[in-house]
Design a protein around this ligand. Sequence first.
Ligand SMILES: [Zn+2]
Length: 535
Amino acid sequence: MSNIRSFVGQLLFVATAGGWFVAAPPTEWRLRYADLAVAIHLDRSIVGDVRLALDRSGSAPLVLDFADSMVVDSILAGVRRVGFERTPATIRIADSTLAPTCRALARATTRCEVRVWYHGVPSRSAFGIVDRGGKLRAASYGVPKSAREWWPTLDTPSQKMDSAEVRIVVPRGIIAASNGVLQAHKTLADGTDEFHWAERRPIYADVISVAAADYVERQGSFKSTSGRTVPLSFFVFPEDTLKAAADFAVVPNVLAFLERQLGAYPFGGEKYGIAEMMRPSFREHQTLPSLGASLITGDGSVAQVIAHEAAHQWFGNSLTVSDWRDIWLNESFAEYMAWRWVRSARGDSAFGSLSRGAADHDFAVPLARADSGGFGTMFGALTFHKGPVVLVMLEDLIGTRAMDDALRSYVTRNAYGRASLSDFRESAERASGRELGWFFDQWTIRSRVPEISIEWSYEKTKSGGRIRATIAQSDSLSPFRVPLRMRVVSPTGNARLWSVELREPRQEFTLHVDEKPTDVKLVTDRTLIRAKAAP
Ligand SMILES: [Zn+2]
């Protein structure tokens, strides 16, 4: 997409008082690689040294995202020390400063290398550091736009690097974990240790992980469908080793389920790990999700969260959205896969209770703009309830086999790259042989959910009887198109399901039955329909 955007940008004509001129092409800076060294101290400060490799086209300044709470000590471009401007939450380096240090690549692109030394106390919300009786416990919390709180970068998911390295310096006795594979562990002369990790698959800034503590590391392995034996590495606080061993025993089962559904684990050449953290939450850092200590109970109740985080390795990390407005493609897909794992492990009734009641939330924001309400809508009922139920409804509409084909082709075709709803829609349409624009439009662009009521009457006929059901929906100006099921219960207690499709504000359906039913109801489980009493 970036090439198309830049081409369109060159065609932009801007009107000014003096006439017409061609606007300068938009900045094209592409972050290709980061080598990030961070020393973490018990007083909550960090000292960083970040090398970035960036591709430059055009002549706009380089503007790195970096929180005001952090202090930039100096910057090198190539081997030259360069000046910079600190603007709110950014570092700005003029193109005239950078350009002479960059080397030519193909066509109009040059490769620039920038090195930033910095220090400061990062925001607790993005990088927690705790002194626990003289022992350091630290963890990044890679929610959207959090990388900039502790290292200078181009902090957007569209800036997916080819690879990244992370070097973490911690007091001796502390273990530091990160993405990918451990390259080296060095004991330094000043009483610190350095752990050097490398992620050789594409990765974006927010899912870079730093996790350091007085960890106990538990290793295992998982036999992938790719034929590989994938290392499992669990970094656990010493007081939680027994509970973690019980809770994490489910990981191979979860990964095997996800591989059956989606194809081989995308980072099988590296590892799958979990790092315990102090924050009572969870986050999908690439190859090393973080899991809060309070969730690790030993009773297995965290299994659904483990499945959600594992599913993010496909939805979010291998396939990355270009813009946070599409965050439901990460969160709702990961949660839907966690629900599917619950269904496979615990049965339909456990699955049913997850999807039930989703429509009772108040959805003021459409799924396709899940970023617009901030964190509350990015990580709330919209993405964790509405989104997964939209996927359940799609599965019910096109069938489980087509749904599974759609998911698998979507993750295969977009692996290690960027993905958008149109990519998934294309896979779903191809797998089902159906046009699905109406489905995605009504559930992702509209914010409301339909309220639907049913009235019915029975009349005897020569051959038995007939139910006339009138189904009405709240939105008469632009009615939803909703496949529905009616549950008809006979006097002997037998229930039969009838499928109909509502397209009009008000529609009548006739059902032929043998005897007068005792009840006729809409089945609203697994849907975003609010059943309303008939007026
Ligand atoms: Zn998530």
